[in-house]
Design a protein around this ligand. Structure first.
Ligand SMILES: C[S@@+](CC[C@H](N)C(=O)[O-])C[C@H]1O[C@@H](n2cnc3c(N)ncnc32)[C@H](O)[C@@H]1O
Length: 189
């Protein structure tokens, strides 16, 4: 994103994150001590709320853009709680996640899935990002996303990956906030 887009995205992030979490109330069975990954975290406004709310054992706050990672580091570090132990900030490309299989109990991808293609709104790469997310989710783990474009195709990709929809809330202009679960493997693995 260019400087102006980053400024605009980061400016209203706190308000949006609080609203988002309120909408998810009762739909996020994430236990204290879980491992959480946030993709395209921007300035870390949601990350701060997730840390307070879920007290994860491990939280990895990532963005493709190192400037956003530094913005998140500055924001999280400025809070009275600072950056707790177990919180890692790093760059990560949703198309090639630098994490082992089944590493996380929940993955958050808020307003970022439409960014993964080189050209905006191309969506050819989005299934790759979704497959990566599924790969790093533990069986039973949750994907939480919010996105606004080509949502039926997004759902179709997730369905094709065997992900099960647990919650969906439609918004303006085709936007959807949703929670999907990676099912437990039939063999119990
Ligand atoms: C619209 S912003 C949303 C930021 C934050 N989630 C929020 O809701 O305020 C999209 C973010 O996705 C990041 N991004 C773009 N392409 C990405 C990719 N391939 N992998 C991970 N993050 C990416 C951008 O750098 C940007 O910070």
């Amino acid at each position: 994103m260019n400087r102006l887009s980053r400024w605009m995205v980061n400016r209203g992030a706190g308000r949006r994150a609080r609203r988002l979490l309120a909408r998810l109330e009762g739909h996020l069975p994430i236990r204290p001590g879980s491992a959480i990954l946030e993709l395209g975290a921007g300035r870390g406004a949601l990350s701060a709320l997730l840390l307070e709310r879920f007290r994860p054992r491990r939280a990895v706050v990532t963005d493709y853009d190192p400037r956003q990672v530094e913005a998140a580091r500055a924001f999280l570090g400025s809070r009275p709680a600072g950056i707790p132990e177990g919180v890692e900030l790093r760059t990560a490309d949703a198309l090639q996640l630098p994490f082992p299989d089944r590493a996380f109990d929940a993955v958050f991808a808020i307003a970022m899935l439409h960014h993964v293609d080189a050209s905006p709104r191309e969506y050819r790469q989005r299934p790759t990002a979704l497959a990566e997310i599924r790969r790093v989710l533990a069986p039973g783990g949750l994907l939480v996303y919010s996105d606004f474009s080509k949502v039926p195709e997004l759902r179709q990709s997730l369905h094709g990956l065997g992900m099960v929809r647990e919650y969906s809330r439609p918004g303006w202009f085709g936007r959807e906030l949703a929670v999907y679960r990676r099912p437990f493997d039939p063999a119990g693995g």
